[in-house]
Each structure stands twice: as structure tokens, then as C-alpha cells.
Design a protein around this ligand. Structure first.
Ligand code: ATP
Ligand code: MG
Length: 321
């Protein structure tokens, strides 16, 4: 089994990414699993080149500092040649109708001017990400399930039309992790690309910034601290604390007499949980030679794993030497 998961450098890594995904990648990753920084996917809407480069470096450093095995990590654009060639082959295996049917495309393109062609074709690049590595299990949320189905359909079609090259991937449910909500607007999930970041705790935030954001978190008017999912603000704080301490939110709630106390405890737990990741990532970012070394080693390993599939696919479609 090969699991493949990615994180897109669309913004600074936030607490939800860490508690809900990255921490689990570090804990549960098998030797064949792969984790990648999907920088090419961050280019389907208007983007800033310098910012994209910096965010990709930040994510790579955070993954390494969080304890995701360095040999399992790569940056997508380091495989741009393999992925570009495979994307083309897969685009020649995909019908226009199939791509245009993608719900994500319809939603993201609706009412926008100057939509990039890549917004339509990125599911095919995603299929290339998956099929290049022979990934069998792709943990994705509901919104990405249709894209994994497309990858599966393209793999099957290619294999039956030209010859067996690709493993059949399937979408699997991500291991249920904490679902962190925005501290300033607890009705929506915390997100790295949120326009307003007042309620978003970033992994690289300094402890004082974390404390300030947590103290300003929206709670509710009830005075007693209790765990009630109908009260999203306080439930969110309790869930965050529980995710940091490994307890249940109900258990945590029983310890606090006021929201002020709870917020102090949440702030300290988050600061301490993120501390090794923040410090490790900052150290790596301050050492570009070491970061480049890690990046190069991961890229070489991922390219080696996948390049034979591009070569085989090109040969079978009648191209390549
Ligand atoms: P974007 O705003 O660009 O969608 P994001 O913060 O939602 O950014 P993704 O790149 O979509 O991050 O997701 C990376 C991983 O982090 C996924 O596994 C996703 O499930 C997880 N994740 C994202 N936000 C949260 C959250 N608030 N709580 C728990 N897990 C999260
Ligand atoms: Mg997201």
C-alpha cells in the first residue's frame, strides 16, 4: 500500500493543518507513503512567484520539523518534468467533458474573469501526482473525491487501451483528526488561505502572537465551561486543547471554571505543542543549504520511484525513444 497526501502552499501552515493532518503523517506514515508540497497546484489562480517559493520552503521545513520522514517528502515542482509529461499523456486519455464536469472547477470558475486553463486541467495533474507514484490510497475530503475517481478512471482507461502501467488508486477517508475552526469566526474551519487571518493560528507564529489570538477567540455568552458542539466557539477551544493533551473535550471542560482560565490553558498548550515544530522549521529555514539538501534527496527518491512509469506510458502511446 502506498499512501499519497499533499499540502498546497496557498498560505502559511496553520494549526488545523498540523493537528488534523501533518501530525498524523508523522505518526502513522508507512515506509512507502509519500507526502508532498503541491506548489504547482497553487498556480491555478493568480499567484505571486516570490511568495509561492517562500511558502513552499516553509511547508517543506514544517513537514520535516514535525517529524514526517524526510525520505517520504518531496516538492511537486521538483518533478515538474515527469509530471508535465505524464499530465500530457493523461490529458490525451481524458475527455473534455470529463474535466468540465468536475464540481470543484464549476464552483471555482463561476463568475470569475480570466480563469486559468490550469483550473480546468489541475485534476489531471492531480491524477499524474497519484499515478506517477503508483499510489493506491489517497486520503481526501469529500471535495477531492471526484478527482481521485477521475484518476482511477484514467488509470483504467490507459491500462486497457495501451497496456498495464498504473496501479489503481482509491480515495480513502483521512484518519479522523481534529477539525479546527477559525478562532474569530468559529462557524468556518481554520484555513491557511482565509482572507482574514485574525482567527488563524499559524504554526510559525511567535508564542505571544498565539496567546493574543487565543485570548481574542470568540466564545459564547454562557458563563460555565461545558462541552457542547452547539456552541462552536467554546467547543473549538476545548477540542483544540483536547487534541494537544490527548484527552476528550468533555474531560478537559470539567477542569475550568471560566473562559479566561480555559483560554490561558489553550494558549499554553498550543504554544508548547507547536514549539518544537516552529523552532525546528525556523532552524531549517535559516540553513538554506541543509533545506536544499533535504529537498534534493526527497526529489531524487520520488523521481526514481516514478520516472519508469512516465517512460513506459510514453512508449505505449507511441511517443518517446
Ligand atoms: P486552503 O485554504 O488553501 O484550502 P487549508 O488550510 O484548507 O488551505 P489544505 O491544503 O486544503 O489546507 O489541506 C491540507 C491538509 O490539512 C488536509 O489534510 C486537510 O484535511 C487538513 N486541514 C486543513 N484545514 C484543517 C482544519 N481546520 N482542521 C483540521 N485539518 C485541516
Ligand atoms: Mg482546504
Amino acid at each position: 500500500m502506498t499512501r499519497l497526501s499533499g499540502i498546497t502552499p496557498s498560505g502559511h501552515v496553520q494549526l488545523g493543518n498540523y493537528l488534523g493532518a501533518i501530525r498524523r503523517w508523522a505518526a502513522d506514515g508507512g515506509p512507502d507513503d509519500l507526502y508532498f508540497v503541491s506548489d504547482l497546484h497553487a498556480m491555478t489562480t493568480a499567484h505571486n512567484p516570490a511568495r509561492l517559493r517562500a511558502l513552499a520552503a516553509e511547508q517543506l521545513a514544517v513537514l520535516v520539523a514535525a517529524g514526517v520522514p524526510a525520505e517520504s517528502i518531496f516538492v511537486q515542482s521538483d518533478l515538474a518534468r515527469e509530471l508535465g509529461a505524464l499530465t500530457w499523456v493523461l490529458e490525451c486519455t481524458c475527455s473534455y467533458g470529463e474535466a468540465a464536469r468536475m464540481i470543484q472547477f464549476k464552483e471555482k470558475a463561476k463568475g470569475r474573469a480570466g480563469v486559468r486553463l490550469s483550473l480546468l486541467t489541475y485534476p489531471v495533474l492531480m491524477a499524474a501526482d497519484i499515478l506517477l507514484q503508483g499510489a493506491t490510497d489517497v486520503p481526501v475530503g469529500e471535495d477531492q473525491r471526484q478527482h481521485v475517481e477521475l484518476a482511477r478512471a484514467l488509470a483504467r482507461r490507459f491500462n486497457t487501451t495501451y497496456g498495464e502501467v498504473f496501479a489503481m488508486p482509491r480515495a480513502v477517508l483521512p484518519v479522523a483528526g481534529a477539525r479546527v475552526r477559525d478562532l474569530a469566526d468559529p462557524r468556518r474551519k481554520m484555513s491557511k488561505s482565509a482572507g482574514d487571518s485574525a482567527g488563524v493560528v499559524f504554526v510559525l507564529d511567535e508564542p505571544d502572537q498565539v496567546r493574543r489570538k487565543v485570548r481574542r477567540a470568540v466564545t459564547d455568552t454562557a458563563t460555565e465551561v461545558a462541552y457542547d458542539p452547539q456552541r462552536p466557539g467554546s467547543a473549538n477551544l476545548l477540542e483544540i486543547l483536547a487534541a494537544c493533551t490527548g484527552e476528550a473535550p468533555e474531560e478537559v471542560a470539567a477542569r475550568f471554571g471560566s473562559y479566561a482560565e480555559l483560554k490561558d490553558a489553550v494558549a499554553e498548550a498550543v504554544v508548547e505543542t507547536l514549539r518544537p515544530v516552529r523552532e525546528g522549521a525556523r532552524e531549517l529555514l535559516a540553513d538554506p543549504a541543509e533545506l536544499a539538501r533535504v529537498r534534493k534527496a526527497g526529489a531524487a527518491r520520488a523521481a526514481e520511484r516514478g520516472s519508469h512509469r512516465v517512460d513506459a506510458a510514453l512508449r505505449l502511446v507511441g511517443a518517446g525513444g
